[in-house]
Design a protein around this ligand. Structure first.
Ligand SMILES: NC(=O)c1ccc[n+]([C@@H]2O[C@H](COP(=O)([O-])OP(=O)(O)OC[C@H]3O[C@@H](n4cnc5c(N)ncnc54)[C@H](OP(=O)(O)O)[C@@H]3O)[C@@H](O)[C@H]2O)c1
Length: 295
């Protein structure tokens, strides 16, 4: 039903919906166009929804066409301006197509949130090298490639880039080596790019997310690359996905360099900076006494 040209119909899932949606919502992001990677589920989906609620047109992304279509339909039925693109963000050609989707559907690009990620539950000594590479790739190239493809357009719009990271990147976490290494790399990347791109007016920031409620079907990789449930996290320590999404939006609105979510995140940052040995002692002690916390 769309009158818009779509670059590659074999891999683009949903046609742009500009023609169908009634009108953009008013709000802080009215008139802005955003891409949220890995937004078929979880925090990415709620971030996309929150951006829509504040007026943005949003390109959803994921690898699972069925789930992506469900998410896209539910947002479209709510009257939001959304489209979607099936793309693996560790593949540069896919990322170029993802950016083209935004430009073809909405004519510009203002906001990129690199949220897609694979997580893990495995100790380094047990891990297949290929699993390490997969997790690292999704967390590093899964941000590098979309940004590289989007950069000229974001510079043109003096836009905003947010890398979604984790509080586990602040100090490292047993059973999360590749994940923590990948997320930690994003902080340095953001810092370096801020220096390189100082004169462009582009915003580059990192959000370190703490424990958050997960979709029931969320899976992470074990040492052999099998999908398994994530380790137990005390529910009272978790924020909701909606709460996290609103914190991400505030971070974008204020063009912050770094946002650390949750009291635990701030404590880790403080201890890691000023009392690193105490931090290591706490992790080693919890690893001995609360191993289920990591496994
Ligand atoms: N939940 C937490 O407690 C927590 C804590 C700290 C940080 N975070 C971070 O927050 C972000 C969202 O987490 P979440 O809990 O919402 O996870 P999630 O539910 O697993 O969502 C991640 C999404 O990314 C997609 N994805 C993975 N690799 C992809 C790729 N190569 N190309 C395109 N899409 C890909 C996944 O789809 P597939 O089904 O195709 O894999 C999934 O839809 C992640 O960056 C995560 O590291 C979460």
């Amino acid at each position: 039903m769309s009158d818009l040209h779509v670059p590659d119909s074999s891999t683009l899932l949903q046609q742009p919906t500009r023609a169908k949606a009634t009108a953009a919502q008013p709000g802080h992001f009215a008139g802005k166009v955003a891409i949220v990677t890995g937004s078929e589920s979880g925090i990415g989906r709620e971030t996309a929804r929150a951006l829509c609620e504040q007026g943005a047109s949003v390109v959803l992304n994921g690898r699972n066409p069925v789930r992506l279509e469900q998410t896209c339909s539910s947002l479209r039925e709510a009257g939001f301006l959304v489209t979607s693109c099936v793309a693996d963000v560790t593949d540069y050609a896919d990322c170029q197509r993802l950016i083209s989707t935004a430009l073809h559907a909405f004519g510009q690009l203002d906001i990129l949130v690199t949220n897609a990620s694979i997580s893990m539950r495995a100790y380094f000594a047990d891990m297949e090298p290929e699993v390490f590479r997969q997790v690292l790739d999704s967390n590093v190239y899964g941000s590098v490639y979309p940004l590289k493809a989007a950069l000229p357009h974001l510079i043109q719009s003096r836009g905003s880039v947010t890398f979604i990271s984790s509080i586990s990147a602040l100090n490292g976490m047993p059973s999360g080596s590749a994940y923590c290494a990948g997320k930690a790399a994003l902080s340095n990347l953001a810092h370096t790019l801020r220096l390189e791109l100082l004169d462009t007016g582009i915003h580059l920031g990192v959000v370190h997310i703490g424990f958050t409620q997960n979709d029931a079907d969320k899976r992470v990789l074990d040492a052999t690359g099998q999908p398994v449930q994530i380790a137990h996290r005390p529910p009272r320590w978790q924020k909701t996905q909606v709460q996290v999404a609103h914190i991400i939006l505030r971070h974008i609105r204020r063009r912050r360099q770094r946002t650390v979510i949750s009291a635990l995140g701030h404590l880790i940052l403080l201890v890691h900076t000023y009392l690193p040995r105490l931090g290591d002692w706490v992790v080693r002690t919890t690893l001995r006494r609360m191993r289920h916390f990591y496994e």
